[in-house]
Design a protein around this ligand. Structure first.
Ligand code: GLC
Ligand code: CA
Length: 545
């Protein structure tokens, strides 16, 4: 079956920061509806909506207290239905964030489960014996500290791989699994177009063996879920899979596997991390390594599975600050990153504001930090004797607040995001760097994205073309895509240096997209400017176009 998403680009919305409609400083669903024409103009085919469900907001909505209710700060179920309908009118599908590794501790199931060991919901969560202060084992939370929380009422520990307000669900319990599938069908019946599955690779965990990701039952649960809910429908499912290898990705996403449409894996975006250490310990990006990672995924999954293409999301730094140059070459490097990513095989995701080249927002003190992950890390490390300035510098590079600042729609106060006080301050650059300005400038980053989105819809070579790496030095990433005798060549200089490149094996047919206006290309002697990138249709020496 042809799936709606195959030639589309997905746009991720972080609702709290997208657009506020009522002046309370918090983005909301009516705010999203008010900008659907903007998204339709960009050309995207689907919106991955970060959680809008009822939630105490300990982890900004990834702690859900009612899967079938909407957080009143964001609107009502009527607003949600209107969003689905208004998006549909513009040929845009809504992809809901499915957070089923854990709930909020305020979810009715957990409230009941924590009342007594006899609660009918007790086994929906993961409880273990242990005296206070003696943890059942050494499992650690992603948000720092032990993954076990003692509950004095029933004298047992419960597991939380994230915040202690996010108790993990027990997928071994069949009733829990049925309840989740029922909830998923509720959303499918409302007419959504897909699910993005939050940390789905953790649901097969075996806590007693300290196995969290890729547990033995993981794929059976996903197959069962597929059968019970979205299987056989024209529907997008994307699994957030931090620990996937191409082999594991194939298992999730091969079209006959009865599991998911695609994976969302992080090998390329964690290239600056030290293996075995936390995300806060980084080293400069090795672009040779980055290139090898991309090439491996492009090659190993070809005709076997399906990958997502992304540079950033709500958990990662801003793309241009992380991988490009957010100073003098902000525009050109942001366009380069877009071209070199969208030229590949997979489903591209644009994170809100990436399409106008928004940058990280440095802070000077922990008081300015909202992100629970960063705050917990800071407190733990300070207690261990680390220097505040080192921790703030790590936070400026990696904190999730960077991507979570409210969006600058125009140059007015608070970027037109809200008429009130924004829940988190905007990046102070908003007077110059905003959507209104980007739309008014025909050479802006926005129009590069718009063109790339359109190219994918019109050129099957971008969807199905076979990838081949072109041999160059590590400052350059070059590859071809080939389909039915046609070849597209993608070349990107991902440094601030000028680079020379000679590709006599290709003859230029036409330039498809280029981030330097009106520059001639001589493939025999390319003098690449800093961050220059293009896609060109070429004829290869063998004579095929
Ligand atoms: C995922 C989400 C992240 C959240 C975590 C726990 O990684 O993307 O934002 O904090 O899961 O739900
Ligand atoms: Ca609001």
């Amino acid at each position: 079956m042809k799936q709606w998403w195959q030639d589309k680009v997905i746009y991720q919305i972080y609702p709290k920061s997208f657009k506020d409609s009522n002046g309370d400083g918090i983005g909301d669903i009516p705010g999203i509806i008010s900008q659907l024409d903007y998204l339709a103009d960009l050309g995207i085919g689907g919106i991955w909506l970060s959680p809008v469900y009822a939630s105490p907001q300990v982890d900004n909505g990834y702690d859900i207290s009612d899967y079938e209710g909407i957080n009143p700060d964001y609107g009502t179920m009527a607003d949600m239905k209107q969003l689905i309908a208004e998006a549909e009118k513009r040929d845009i599908k809504i992809i809901m964030d499915l957070v089923v590794n854990h709930t909020s501790d305020q979810h009715a199931w957990f409230i009941d489960a924590s009342q007594s060991k006899d609660s009918e919901y007790r086994d929906f969560y993961i409880w273990r014996d242990g005296a206070e202060g003696e943890f059942p084992n050494a499992l650690q939370s992603t948000f720092s500290g032990p993954a076990w929380q003692f509950d004095p009422k029933t004298n047992q520990y419960f597991l939380h791989l994230f915040a202690k307000e996010q108790p993990d669900l027990n997928w071994e319990n069949e009733k829990l699994r049925s309840a989740i599938y029922k909830m998923m069908n509720f959303w499918i019946d409302l007419g959504i177009g897909g699910f993005r599955m939050d940390v789905i690779d953790l649901i097969g965990k075996q806590p007693d063996k300290e196995i969290t990701a890729n547990g033995p039952m993981l794929h059976s649960y996903i197959k069962e879920m597929n059968q019970a809910t979205f299987g056989g429908k024209n529907f997008l499912t994307v699994g957030e899979t931090w620990g996937a290898t191409p082999k594991i990705a194939e298992e999730y996403s091969n079209p006959n596997g009865g599991e998911l449409s695609m994976v969302f894996q992080f090998e390329h975006v964690t290239v600056d991390e030290v293996p075995g250490e936390t995300k806060w310990n980084t080293h400069p990006i090795d672009f040779g390594a980055l290139k090898s990672i991309f090439a491996k995924w492009q090659t190993d999954l070809y005709q076997k599975g399906w990958n997502s293409l992304f540079w950033n999301n709500h958990d990662l730094p801003r793309a241009v600050s992380h991988f490009g140059n957010d100073k003098e070459y902000r525009e050109r490097s942001a366009k380069m990153l877009a071209i070199v990513l969208h030229g590949q095989q997979g489903t591209p995701y644009i994170y809100q504001g990436e399409e106008i080249g928004l940058t990280n927002t440095p802070v000077t003190s922990i008081d300015e930090v909202n992100d629970i992950e960063a705050r917990n890390m800071y407190n733990t490390e300070i207690a261990a004797g680390k220097k505040p300035s080192d921790l703030i510098s790590a936070i400026n590079q990696k904190s999730r607040d960077n991507a979570r600042r409210p969006l600058p729609w125009n140059a007015e106060k608070n970027g037109g995001f809200t008429t009130g006080n924004p829940w988190l301050p905007l990046n102070p650059s908003y007077q110059k760097l905003n959507f209104e300005e980007a739309l008014a400038n025909p050479n802006s980053i926005f129009y590069t994205y718009k063109k790339l989105v359109e190219l994918r819809k019109e050129n099957p070579i971008l969807v199905d073309g076979k990838f081949q790496l072109v041999d160059t030095n590590d400052s350059i990433f070059a590859y071809t895509r080939t389909l039915g005798g046609k070849t597209w060549l993608v070349v990107a200089n991902w440094t601030a240096n000028e680079e020379q490149l000679s590709l006599p094996e290709f003859k230029l047919e036409k330039i498809v997209i280029h981030n330097i206006e009106n520059k001639q290309l001589d493939l025999k002697a390319l003098a690449l400017q800093p961050y220059e990138a293009f896609i060109a249709e070429v004829i290869t020496k063998a004579g095929t176009k």
